[in-house]
Design a protein around this ligand. Structure first.
Ligand code: UT7
Length: 333
């Protein structure tokens, strides 16, 4: 990043969670599992479920909230980016639906797919248009209605996921706040470790693909678990190191919320004190692209983010994808 370019800073953050709560006890009634097993193995107690609405509904609520918090209108937005693996439709993008609903008449809009790393990927992408001076205001949202692609009869996945969305508004920084640096990665050889095989051009929807349950998310749980811990710690430390920082310099570490044991193991590897690690998985479960911005928005509303704080966002997900972003917190709404 050239030193003369402004940093992209977060000037507002927002989240949307559906009202309906699905508890572990509710799931006990439908598959062979227990509240005890789920809490012990994942740290999850409950998740939110969106009924009768698509992902764009949650993303639009987030976008409206960002405009409200910042006191601006849709016309002030130049670009809308939505990270999701549960778009309303294959085409058009969910971002275009949000663009229309908030009246962002001057904005262009597109979706970005990097699964659970989606928000970190999208944040970095959106920031480039601020840093280059091309755009003044960019909305970046991570939103997933995971209940739409989760097999309610598969106990290895139905316990893990929830619905939700979060997002941020990016603008040019007038001080040293904003995105300091990032590191992003992909390894497509891990495609089979975590995927939703049906509904694309490989397996277009047919009676057979539905019968074979190919439209649901599937994963190699243990493989993904180990990969997540190793890569999240590795990329976070690498990014800190090249900026001559250490985990002890962080005011808040916001990891992807996939499993409390993954969060704890990553924090332990990095030697970050637990009180500087954001976790809300107990009540939200894994909302895929939503986890990081939802956690960020909660942390902000709880007063855990103050101007000047050093914040690291790190995620891992299907692709496989992983990455980290380092921010200096500014003045947000
Ligand atoms: O966002 C990125 C996407 N996903 C992830 O990050 C998930 C990463 N993986 C995980 O979080 C964990 O691997 C899981 C929570 C999915 C599973 O936990 P685990 O400790 O790795 O369990 P396991 O898959 O090794 O299974 C242990 C046992 C098995 O039984 P046997 O073969 O030992 O008899 C499973 O059949 O637990 C069984 N099991 C369950 N038992 C009760 C699997 N799911 C359940 C369940 N309730 N819901």
């Amino acid at each position: 990043m050239a030193s003369s370019s402004p940093r992209a800073t977060i000037t507002a953050c927002e989240r949307f969670l559906p009202d309906r709560i699905l508890t572990n006890e509710d799931i006990e009634r439908t598959v062979d599992t227990s509240d005890e097993w789920i809490r012990e193995r994942t740290g999850i107690a409950e998740r939110r479920i969106l009924d009768d609405q698509p992902t764009s509904f949650m993303a639009t609520e987030v976008a409206k909230g960002l405009l409200r918090r910042r006191g601006i209108s849709g016309d002030d937005i130049d670009l809308i980016l939505v990270a999701t693996i549960t778009p309303d439709m294959v085409c058009p993008s969910t971002a275009c639906l949000v663009q229309d609903r908030i009246g962002a008449s001057k904005a262009w809009a597109f979706d970005l797919l990097a699964a659970c790393s989606g928000f970190v990927y999208a944040l970095v992408t959106g920031a480039q248009f601020i840093t280059s001076g091309t755009h003044k205001r960019v909305i970046v949202i991570g939103a997933d209605r995971m209940s739409a692609i989760t097999d309610p009869t598969d106990r290895s996945t139905c316990i893990l996921f929830g619905d939700g969305a979060g997002g941020v508004l990016l603008e040019a920084s007038e001080d040293d706040s904003g995105l300091i640096d990032f590191e992003l990665h992909a390894d497509g050889s891990g495609c089979d470790d975590l995927n939703v095989p049906g509904g694309g051009s490989l397996w277009p929807a047919t009676k057979q693909t539905v019968e074979q349950r190919l439209h649901f998310i599937r994963q190699e749980g243990r493989t993904v678990f180990k990969f997540a811990v190793q890569r999240m710690a590795e990329v976070s430390l690498s990014l800190l190191q090249r900026n001559e920082l250490t985990p002890q310099d962080l005011d808040l570490f916001v990891p992807h919320q996939a499993n409390q044991r993954i969060i704890d193991a990553t924090a332990n590897k990095m030697k970050i004190p637990a009180d500087r690690v954001m976790s809300n998985i107990k009540h939200m479960a894994n909302t895929t692209a939503g986890t990081v911005p939802i956690a960020l928005s909660e942390a902000f509303d709880e007063g855990r983010l103050q101007p000047g704080n050093l914040v690291q966002l790190t995620a891992v997900g299907g692709g496989l994808t992983w990455g980290s972003a380092l921010l200096r917190w500014g003045t947000a709404a």
